[in-house]
Write a protein that binds this ligand. Sequence first.
Ligand code: FES
Length: 329
Amino acid sequence: MSVADQGWLPAELVATRDLTPTIREFTIATGQALTCPPGSHLRVRIAAAGRDDFRSYSVVGHAAGTVRIAVKRQPESRGGSAHMWSLNPGASLEIAPPRCDFPLTAGAAHYLLVAGGVGITPMVAMAEQLVRRGASLRMVYAARSADELAYRDELQALLGERLALFAADAGETLDIAAEIDTLPADAELYMCGPLGLMEAVRRAWDDAGRPRAGLRYETFGSSGKFAAQAFTVKVPRLAVEVLVRENESMLDALENAGVGVVFECRRGECGLCAVDIVATDGDVDHRDVFFSARQHAENRRMCVCVSRIANGSVTIDPAWRGDDAFVAA
Ligand code: FES
């Protein structure tokens, strides 16, 4: 779906609040009541690097006519967080109606909510709904430092002893395997955070022999094994060579060069943007949650919306073979 086809609605930024030194909350007047179950994303249309684009942000909460999101300022931003942080109350926005790809089920015996950093954003609404339902739950929330624990006071008031906080700079470490060990058999785990945390959760969940159906997660593609760096992409079938700058995605660079790539989520979740890796002399920094660990290790395909190459270049073959797959720039 193209950026222009998202069904944009006019909206207005009515308030901002700094939750931590790097996470800012945005309250957006939507002009109408929107359906936002926990786990929903709001798409915000932005201009990034001079291009019409959008970013998806988890909905923290909503009330009649307003919705709240929170955005972490990323030094390696492709333009999304820098754009959001440049906005002041009164700014006009365009948003797409929220969609929920990370739904909270009903009826589990117990819920473990696991958040890392700005991954707390969908967990706030989930915790509130579980408390309203009277469900059994625990939240574990880890950040680099205590002052990066967004919504700390609100969550302590909501959850009391059901909340455990971990600040890495204080030597506090989250033992996810121990957390999973204490869960009843039919518990569900919801996780949002960086890739490393997600991989640790998936590994511990599988090692404990628990069914994958009880594990639900999403991540953000800004975190990888390597710091973002510029790299070259070659597309021999189209006789194209593209430089991907440090602060842009491979998807954006390919699109700018006229290489057609199908995409949907731009978050490394749907797999639609995956391309075949023909060869690479670098390290493939897989940042998606669509492929399994085994598929990542095989390095045969990569999701170009979030994944990158470090220390080298890559040769790919995009899946899209339509007649208009390439339009000369
Ligand atoms: S667009 Fe969904 S994984 Fe890339």
